[in-house]
Design a protein around this ligand. Structure first.
Ligand SMILES: C[N+](C)(C)CCCC[C@H](N)C(=O)O
Length: 288
């Protein structure tokens, strides 16, 4: 089984993650808290109250986990394509796989990565939603002191299954949308690259960026539900399950609720995925 894809997925995922984390924090806050009026208001409040550090809450853990998660995604994707089309990565430029195969391989990568991602994503969301200031002395201590403490607390208070809270929503969010992700990337690359040639860096950047946007736009409705389910373990339970969360969010806040965080998700998606794909292709290319 070719392993370069796993390695390249790992490094490229980490680079994309750091770049996108501040956007991600604003997004999670907008989706789960009602005290912000919009993107700018949220950014200003985070900065004033929690300093620049506020934007990077909950990042160390995803940084460690993106290694696993992104390498599972890209590694499984590429190896599924290999199984479906019997062409190695090097042969794929001359004999491009069909979009159906690309979609199936993307979905397969999506299912497996969402299982690895679930506990890490939960911890990230819980930490990002702590609004206590770390820099002001005398301010109340947050519930979770850090990722490890957060994991241990969830385990103690909500049981081992608590660590997988929201994982159904996460899987439903990621499976089709990662199919869309790779199909968009492949389509755009092929459209702007002469047959049989390798896409230029500019093409990879643009195709990666739009792949990220296409994937996030379609993922946002379930992203909102996922974040809410993940926060639901704290205190009194508000939702009976995924469907109940959808219905009651819709009843209380209208259709717009499913698009919360759409702008910020798209703004984050372009640079993150442009860098992810560029570095992924770069590493694979330089390793031969
Ligand atoms: C499927 N979904 C849209 C959720 C993610 C797709 C892009 C994944 C990338 N690591 C990123 O963080 O943007």
């Amino acid at each position: 089984m070719p392993v370069e894809e796993f390695m390249a997925g790992w490094i490229s995922g980490a680079l994309g993650l750091v770049l996108g984390h501040p956007f991600d924090t604003v997004k999670v806050r907008l989706q789960t808290q009602t005290s912000y009026r919009g993107i700018m208001d949220c950014m200003v409040k985070i900065y004033r109250h929690e300093s620049l550090l506020g934007f990077f809450k909950g990042m160390s853990f995803p940084l460690a986990s993106v290694a696993v998660v992104n390498s599972v995604l890209f590694g499984v994707y590429s190896n599924t394509l290999l199984a479906l089309t019997a062409t190695s990565r090097q042969e794929r430029r001359a004999q491009p796989p069909s979009y159906t195969h690309v979609f199936i391989a993307g979905c397969t990568g999506g299912v497996l990565q969402s299982y690895c991602l679930a506990p890490f994503d939960l911890i990230k969301v819980r930490l990002q939603n702590q609004t206590e200031s770390r820099v002001q002395p005398g301010s109340p201590r947050p519930r979770y002191q850090g990722p490890v403490h957060c994991a241990a607390t969830i385990f103690r208070e909500e049981g081992p299954r608590g660590l997988f809270r929201g994982s159904w929503a996460l899987m439903l969010r990621d499976t089709p949308t990662l199919g869309i992700y790779f199909v968009t990337y492949e389509r755009l690359c092929r459209q702007y690259t002469p047959d049989g040639q390798t896409p230029s860096s500019a093409t990879v950047l643009v195709a990666g960026g739009f792949a990220g946007i296409a994937s996030w736009v379609t993922a946002t409705p379930l992203d909102v539900i996922k974040s809410r389910m993940q926060m639901d373990g704290l205190g009194r339970r508000a939702y009976q399950g995924l469907l109940d969360c959808m219905v009651s969010s819709f009843r209380q806040e209208g259709l717009g609720v499913f698009f919360r965080g759409l702008t910020i998700n798209s703004a984050r998606a372009f640079p993150v995925n442009a860098v992810t794909f560029l570095s992924y292709e770069y590493f694979l290319h330089s390793w031969g």
